[in-house]
Design a protein around this ligand. Structure first.
Ligand SMILES: [Ca+2]
Ligand SMILES: [Ca+2]
Ligand SMILES: [Ca+2]
Ligand SMILES: [Ca+2]
Length: 323
């Protein structure tokens, strides 16, 4: 597998259920790939460590056609047929476009859901499943958020909002971030699912920008932005996005501006089954992680409690208490 460049995300899983790990490689400026692995010279009786491992490029055989800028992926069996499927986070055409509508850009390329058909091919079920999120996606996550046995999905979109897709169990998903209490706008770059407080309900941690630039959400800045927008051609071409944004936020632009600088969010699962319900744990002091990039949850000191690793890219000024 030497010489494969520009890989943004690599996920190992057994796609053909033969007991050998395979790998999916999400790539940004060239086609994404799937390699099937095969143990070589397995010791007699199949016991012990294989003497070698061979990977074969099966992308074409499996019907994989992913030429969009893929940046992340997660593996899940969304239809519970026993074969691992792939959800791919796709960014946008950054060489020719910029993300339009701050905090709500939807002119990226749609994410893709690939259904594994018996380990022999991948069927694109993006459209029928309803998870073709067209934000400028940077991270995706999966887990069963409502404990019904069907794996749900989460998406972090840069210059946009984060979306939560509940698995309906019939091949379709329903976006429900607002109803679930996880509505979050701005520079989403990371999202992770795990049971942080040990109550056997899956929680969500997302990254965002922590900034003391409070002026972003104040009346004066919003008024100036509205004036500039009204004078631009974008008010017409992006009208449907602005209308949706107005509808979702119920016109509360100030809260939206504030949300955009509040930093990372820990959402604790308070659901009781079917419906998703989360409370943001502001008291957990997990929001001030700078200009948030990728996040993950893991037990770093082996005390059985999950810890947070939150990467960041920029730092803000000294004044840290104005949001
Ligand atoms: Ca395999
Ligand atoms: Ca499946
Ligand atoms: Ca579920
Ligand atoms: Ca929990």
């Amino acid at each position: 597998m030497a010489g494969i460049g520009r890989v943004h995300s690599a996920i190992f899983a057994d796609f053909d259920n033969d007991g050998d790990k395979d790998v999916f490689l999400a790539r940004y400026d060239s086609s994404s790939l799937i390699f099937y692995g095969e143990s070589q010279n397995v010791p007699e009786g199949g016991v012990g460590v294989p003497a070698g491992y061979l990977f074969q490029d099966k992308s074409e055989d499996l019907g994989l056609s992913l030429t969009e800028p893929c940046v992340s992926a997660c593996c899940l069996d969304f239809d519970r047929d026993g074969f691992v499927d792939i959800y791919v986070g796709v960014n946008g055409d950054a060489k020719n476009e910029v993300p339009r509508v701050p905090f709500f850009a939807r002119n990226g390329k749609p994410n893709r859901l690939l259904r594994n058909v018996g380990g022999e091919r991948f069927e694109d079920v993006t459209e029928s499943s309803g998870v073709g999120d067209s934000g400028w996606t940077l991270a995706v996550a999966c887990g069963d958020l409502n404990g019904d046995g069907w794996t749900d999905l989460g998406v972090a979109n840069d210059f946009g909002r984060k979306n939560i897709y509940r698995n309906n169990g019939d091949g379709t998903f329903q976006e429900c971030a607002k109803e679930a209490g996880t509505l979050d706008f701005s520079g989403g770059m990371g999202i992770a699912f795990a049971d942080v407080d040990g109550d056997e309900r899956t929680d969500i941690y997302t990254s965002n920008i922590y900034s003391n630039q409070r002026w972003l959400g104040e009346d004066k800045a919003l008024l100036q932005y509205s004036r500039n927008l009204a004078r631009s051609k974008w008010i017409i071409s992006d009208f449907s996005e602005y209308w949706d944004l107005y509808r979702i936020t119920e016109g509360d632009w100030k809260s939206l501006g504030k949300m955009a600088g509040e930093g990372n969010s820990l959402f604790l699962n308070r659901g009781d089954g079917e419906n998703l319900k989360f409370d943001e744990a502001r008291e957990s002091c997990t929001n001030r992680a700078g200009w948030g990039w990728g996040v993950c949850l893991a037990d770093l000191d082996n005390d059985t409690d999950l810890d947070i690793y939150a990467a960041n890219g920029w730092i803000t000024g000294k004044k840290v208490d104005d949001l």
